[in-house]
Design a protein around this ligand. Structure first.
Ligand code: HEC
Length: 240
Protein backbone atom coordinates (compact mmCIF):
# COMPACT_ATOMS: atom_id res chain seq x y z
CA UNK A 1 0.00 0.00 0.00
CA UNK A 2 2.80 2.32 0.99
CA UNK A 3 4.56 1.51 -2.25
CA UNK A 4 1.45 2.30 -4.22
CA UNK A 5 1.19 5.66 -2.49
CA UNK A 6 4.80 6.49 -3.34
CA UNK A 7 4.25 5.43 -6.92
CA UNK A 8 1.14 7.60 -7.24
CA UNK A 9 3.01 10.51 -5.71
CA UNK A 10 5.81 10.11 -8.24
CA UNK A 11 3.40 9.87 -11.14
CA UNK A 12 1.36 12.88 -10.13
CA UNK A 13 4.37 15.05 -9.36
CA UNK A 14 5.84 14.69 -12.86
CA UNK A 15 6.99 18.04 -14.31
CA UNK A 16 4.04 20.21 -15.21
CA UNK A 17 4.88 20.80 -18.83
CA UNK A 18 5.25 17.09 -19.44
CA UNK A 19 1.92 16.23 -17.83
CA UNK A 20 0.15 18.96 -19.76
CA UNK A 21 1.48 17.97 -23.16
CA UNK A 22 0.67 14.32 -22.64
CA UNK A 23 -3.00 14.92 -23.26
CA UNK A 24 -2.46 16.52 -26.65
CA UNK A 25 -2.99 14.26 -29.66
CA UNK A 26 0.26 13.16 -31.30
CA UNK A 27 1.12 12.22 -34.86
CA UNK A 28 2.48 8.72 -35.05
CA UNK A 29 5.86 7.93 -36.52
CA UNK A 30 7.11 4.67 -37.95
CA UNK A 31 10.39 3.74 -36.30
CA UNK A 32 12.65 1.24 -38.02
CA UNK A 33 16.05 0.72 -36.43
CA UNK A 34 17.17 -1.66 -39.14
CA UNK A 35 16.89 1.13 -41.74
CA UNK A 36 20.55 2.17 -41.65
CA UNK A 37 20.14 4.79 -44.39
CA UNK A 38 17.46 6.52 -42.35
CA UNK A 39 19.63 6.39 -39.21
CA UNK A 40 22.57 7.85 -41.14
CA UNK A 41 20.46 10.73 -42.45
CA UNK A 42 19.14 11.26 -38.92
CA UNK A 43 22.68 11.35 -37.53
CA UNK A 44 23.65 13.96 -40.06
CA UNK A 45 20.68 16.17 -39.17
CA UNK A 46 21.41 15.69 -35.50
CA UNK A 47 25.03 16.74 -35.78
CA UNK A 48 24.29 19.69 -38.04
CA UNK A 49 21.21 21.07 -36.30
CA UNK A 50 21.08 19.86 -32.70
CA UNK A 51 24.57 19.25 -31.36
CA UNK A 52 25.36 22.99 -31.29
CA UNK A 53 23.08 23.28 -28.24
CA UNK A 54 22.36 19.73 -27.03
CA UNK A 55 24.80 17.00 -26.09
CA UNK A 56 24.35 13.28 -26.53
CA UNK A 57 26.99 12.71 -23.91
CA UNK A 58 26.45 8.98 -23.39
CA UNK A 59 27.40 8.22 -26.97
CA UNK A 60 30.81 8.23 -28.60
CA UNK A 61 31.26 9.20 -32.24
CA UNK A 62 33.12 5.98 -32.98
CA UNK A 63 30.40 3.76 -31.53
CA UNK A 64 27.76 5.59 -33.56
CA UNK A 65 29.80 5.25 -36.74
CA UNK A 66 30.29 1.53 -36.17
CA UNK A 67 26.63 0.88 -35.39
CA UNK A 68 25.40 2.84 -38.41
CA UNK A 69 28.01 1.55 -40.89
CA UNK A 70 29.61 4.98 -41.34
CA UNK A 71 33.25 4.96 -42.42
CA UNK A 72 35.82 6.81 -40.34
CA UNK A 73 36.54 9.28 -43.18
CA UNK A 74 32.88 10.11 -43.60
CA UNK A 75 32.56 10.45 -39.84
CA UNK A 76 35.43 12.91 -39.66
CA UNK A 77 34.38 14.89 -42.70
CA UNK A 78 30.66 15.22 -42.08
CA UNK A 79 29.68 14.24 -38.60
CA UNK A 80 32.19 15.72 -36.20
CA UNK A 81 33.13 19.20 -35.08
CA UNK A 82 36.65 20.22 -36.00
CA UNK A 83 38.93 19.30 -33.13
CA UNK A 84 36.85 16.37 -31.87
CA UNK A 85 38.27 12.85 -32.05
CA UNK A 86 36.34 9.68 -33.00
CA UNK A 87 36.76 8.36 -29.45
CA UNK A 88 35.16 11.48 -27.92
CA UNK A 89 31.71 11.67 -26.42
CA UNK A 90 29.17 13.64 -28.43
CA UNK A 91 29.25 16.83 -26.43
CA UNK A 92 27.93 20.22 -27.41
CA UNK A 93 30.42 23.03 -27.72
CA UNK A 94 28.02 25.47 -26.07
CA UNK A 95 28.99 26.17 -22.45
CA UNK A 96 26.09 25.55 -20.04
CA UNK A 97 26.24 29.02 -18.44
CA UNK A 98 26.13 30.64 -21.85
CA UNK A 99 23.09 28.58 -22.81
CA UNK A 100 21.39 29.39 -19.52
CA UNK A 101 21.94 33.09 -20.14
CA UNK A 102 20.69 32.90 -23.67
CA UNK A 103 17.66 30.59 -23.32
CA UNK A 104 16.90 30.75 -19.60
CA UNK A 105 17.36 26.95 -19.41
CA UNK A 106 20.20 24.64 -20.34
CA UNK A 107 19.20 22.52 -23.35
CA UNK A 108 18.86 18.97 -21.97
CA UNK A 109 21.10 16.10 -23.04
CA UNK A 110 19.31 14.18 -25.78
CA UNK A 111 20.86 10.71 -25.42
CA UNK A 112 17.82 9.32 -23.62
CA UNK A 113 15.19 11.77 -24.82
CA UNK A 114 13.33 9.22 -26.95
CA UNK A 115 12.81 7.11 -23.84
CA UNK A 116 11.63 10.03 -21.72
CA UNK A 117 9.41 11.55 -24.39
CA UNK A 118 8.14 8.85 -26.72
CA UNK A 119 9.06 8.84 -30.45
CA UNK A 120 5.60 10.11 -31.42
CA UNK A 121 6.07 13.06 -29.10
CA UNK A 122 9.43 14.01 -30.64
CA UNK A 123 8.11 13.62 -34.18
CA UNK A 124 5.13 15.86 -33.38
CA UNK A 125 7.25 18.36 -31.46
CA UNK A 126 9.67 18.94 -34.33
CA UNK A 127 6.74 19.60 -36.67
CA UNK A 128 4.82 21.89 -34.32
CA UNK A 129 6.91 25.05 -34.23
CA UNK A 130 5.17 28.21 -35.37
CA UNK A 131 5.99 31.91 -35.60
CA UNK A 132 5.09 33.87 -32.49
CA UNK A 133 6.35 37.43 -32.27
CA UNK A 134 5.47 37.64 -28.59
CA UNK A 135 7.96 34.93 -27.62
CA UNK A 136 11.62 35.83 -26.93
CA UNK A 137 12.92 33.52 -29.68
CA UNK A 138 10.20 34.49 -32.15
CA UNK A 139 8.93 30.88 -32.10
CA UNK A 140 6.43 28.89 -30.14
CA UNK A 141 5.37 25.26 -30.21
CA UNK A 142 1.84 23.92 -30.01
CA UNK A 143 2.96 20.74 -28.23
CA UNK A 144 5.39 22.43 -25.81
CA UNK A 145 3.97 25.85 -25.08
CA UNK A 146 6.40 28.71 -24.58
CA UNK A 147 9.34 26.44 -25.25
CA UNK A 148 12.72 28.16 -24.99
CA UNK A 149 14.06 26.32 -28.04
CA UNK A 150 13.91 28.24 -31.33
CA UNK A 151 12.76 26.42 -34.48
CA UNK A 152 16.19 25.37 -35.70
CA UNK A 153 14.82 23.49 -38.72
CA UNK A 154 12.81 26.41 -40.14
CA UNK A 155 15.15 26.62 -43.11
CA UNK A 156 13.99 23.14 -44.10
CA UNK A 157 10.34 23.29 -43.04
CA UNK A 158 9.62 26.96 -43.67
CA UNK A 159 7.66 29.30 -41.40
CA UNK A 160 4.37 28.06 -40.02
CA UNK A 161 1.55 30.08 -38.47
CA UNK A 162 -0.88 28.56 -36.02
CA UNK A 163 -4.42 28.86 -37.36
CA UNK A 164 -6.17 26.91 -34.65
CA UNK A 165 -4.94 25.05 -31.61
CA UNK A 166 -7.30 22.11 -31.99
CA UNK A 167 -9.32 22.71 -35.12
CA UNK A 168 -8.27 19.64 -37.09
CA UNK A 169 -9.34 15.99 -36.81
CA UNK A 170 -8.90 14.49 -33.34
CA UNK A 171 -8.32 17.95 -31.91
CA UNK A 172 -4.98 18.42 -33.63
CA UNK A 173 -3.69 21.93 -34.41
CA UNK A 174 -3.95 23.54 -37.84
CA UNK A 175 -1.01 25.39 -39.36
CA UNK A 176 -0.49 27.34 -42.55
CA UNK A 177 2.85 27.54 -44.26
CA UNK A 178 3.58 31.25 -44.54
CA UNK A 179 6.93 30.83 -46.21
CA UNK A 180 8.14 27.61 -47.77
CA UNK A 181 11.39 26.02 -46.66
CA UNK A 182 13.89 24.15 -48.81
CA UNK A 183 11.93 20.92 -48.31
CA UNK A 184 8.40 20.07 -49.41
CA UNK A 185 6.14 19.15 -46.46
CA UNK A 186 6.42 15.41 -47.12
CA UNK A 187 10.15 15.67 -47.46
CA UNK A 188 10.32 17.51 -44.15
CA UNK A 189 8.20 14.84 -42.45
CA UNK A 190 10.58 12.18 -43.73
CA UNK A 191 13.59 14.12 -42.48
CA UNK A 192 12.01 14.47 -39.04
CA UNK A 193 11.21 10.77 -39.07
CA UNK A 194 14.90 10.02 -39.78
CA UNK A 195 15.91 12.31 -36.93
CA UNK A 196 13.42 10.66 -34.55
CA UNK A 197 14.63 7.24 -35.67
CA UNK A 198 18.17 8.33 -34.82
CA UNK A 199 17.12 9.60 -31.39
CA UNK A 200 15.46 6.25 -30.66
CA UNK A 201 18.73 4.52 -31.62
CA UNK A 202 20.69 6.91 -29.34
CA UNK A 203 18.52 5.95 -26.39
CA UNK A 204 18.99 2.24 -26.89
CA UNK A 205 21.96 1.42 -29.15
CA UNK A 206 22.09 -2.23 -28.07
CA UNK A 207 18.69 -2.73 -29.64
CA UNK A 208 20.51 -3.10 -32.97
CA UNK A 209 22.55 -5.98 -31.54
CA UNK A 210 19.44 -7.49 -30.05
CA UNK A 211 17.75 -7.60 -33.44
CA UNK A 212 20.70 -9.51 -34.84
CA UNK A 213 20.72 -11.86 -31.87
CA UNK A 214 17.01 -12.43 -32.42
CA UNK A 215 17.66 -13.55 -35.99
CA UNK A 216 20.31 -16.04 -34.81
CA UNK A 217 18.00 -17.39 -32.14
CA UNK A 218 15.21 -17.90 -34.69
CA UNK A 219 17.59 -19.67 -37.08
CA UNK A 220 18.83 -21.87 -34.26
CA UNK A 221 15.30 -22.75 -33.17
CA UNK A 222 14.35 -23.43 -36.77
CA UNK A 223 17.28 -25.83 -37.12
CA UNK A 224 16.32 -27.53 -33.87
CA UNK A 225 12.76 -27.96 -35.09
CA UNK A 226 13.92 -29.77 -38.23
CA UNK A 227 16.23 -32.02 -36.19
CA UNK A 228 13.54 -32.90 -33.67
CA UNK A 229 11.11 -33.66 -36.46
CA UNK A 230 13.57 -35.99 -38.14
CA UNK A 231 14.33 -37.62 -34.81
CA UNK A 232 10.64 -38.14 -34.10
CA UNK A 233 10.21 -39.75 -37.50
CA UNK A 234 13.16 -42.00 -36.83
CA UNK A 235 11.80 -43.14 -33.46
CA UNK A 236 8.26 -43.77 -34.62
CA UNK A 237 9.35 -45.65 -37.71
CA UNK A 238 9.97 -48.85 -35.75
CA UNK A 239 6.72 -48.64 -33.81
CA UNK A 240 4.40 -48.63 -36.78
C1 HEC B 1 19.73 27.04 -30.36
C2 HEC B 1 19.84 25.98 -29.39
C3 HEC B 1 19.08 24.70 -29.69
C4 HEC B 1 19.20 23.91 -30.80
C5 HEC B 1 20.13 24.10 -31.97
C6 HEC B 1 18.33 22.79 -30.58
N1 HEC B 1 17.68 22.90 -29.39
FE1 HEC B 1 16.38 21.56 -28.58
N2 HEC B 1 16.17 22.73 -26.96
C7 HEC B 1 16.82 23.93 -26.72
C8 HEC B 1 16.41 24.46 -25.44
C9 HEC B 1 16.88 25.76 -24.83
C10 HEC B 1 15.48 23.54 -24.92
C11 HEC B 1 14.74 23.63 -23.57
C12 HEC B 1 13.37 24.15 -23.87
C13 HEC B 1 12.56 24.46 -22.62
O1 HEC B 1 12.69 23.74 -21.62
O2 HEC B 1 11.77 25.40 -22.69
C14 HEC B 1 15.34 22.47 -25.90
C15 HEC B 1 14.49 21.39 -25.75
C16 HEC B 1 14.42 20.33 -26.61
C17 HEC B 1 13.56 19.17 -26.44
C18 HEC B 1 12.58 18.95 -25.33
C19 HEC B 1 13.26 18.38 -24.15
C20 HEC B 1 12.31 18.13 -23.04
O3 HEC B 1 12.18 18.98 -22.17
O4 HEC B 1 11.71 17.07 -23.05
C21 HEC B 1 13.79 18.33 -27.49
C22 HEC B 1 13.14 16.99 -27.77
C23 HEC B 1 14.77 18.98 -28.33
N3 HEC B 1 15.13 20.18 -27.77
C24 HEC B 1 15.24 18.44 -29.50
C25 HEC B 1 16.09 19.11 -30.38
C26 HEC B 1 16.50 18.56 -31.64
C27 HEC B 1 16.10 17.21 -32.19
C28 HEC B 1 17.30 19.49 -32.20
C29 HEC B 1 17.93 19.44 -33.57
C30 HEC B 1 17.00 19.42 -34.66
C31 HEC B 1 17.41 20.61 -31.27
N4 HEC B 1 16.66 20.33 -30.16
C32 HEC B 1 18.17 21.76 -31.50
C33 HEC B 1 17.73 24.54 -27.56
C34 HEC B 1 18.12 24.05 -28.79
Amino acid sequence: MKRLAVFLLLVTSAPGSMAASENLPLDSVYINLSDKASLQRGARLFVNYCLSCHSAAYMRYRRMAKDLDISEELLKENLMFAGDKPGDLMRTTMPADYAKNWFGVVPPDLTLIARVRKPDWIFTYLRSFYLDESSPSGWNNSLFENVAMPHVLYGLQGNQRLVSKNGADNGKPVFTLEKAGTMAPEEYDNAVRDLTNFLVYLGEPVKLDRYLLGVFVMLFLGGLLVLSYLLKKEYWKDLH
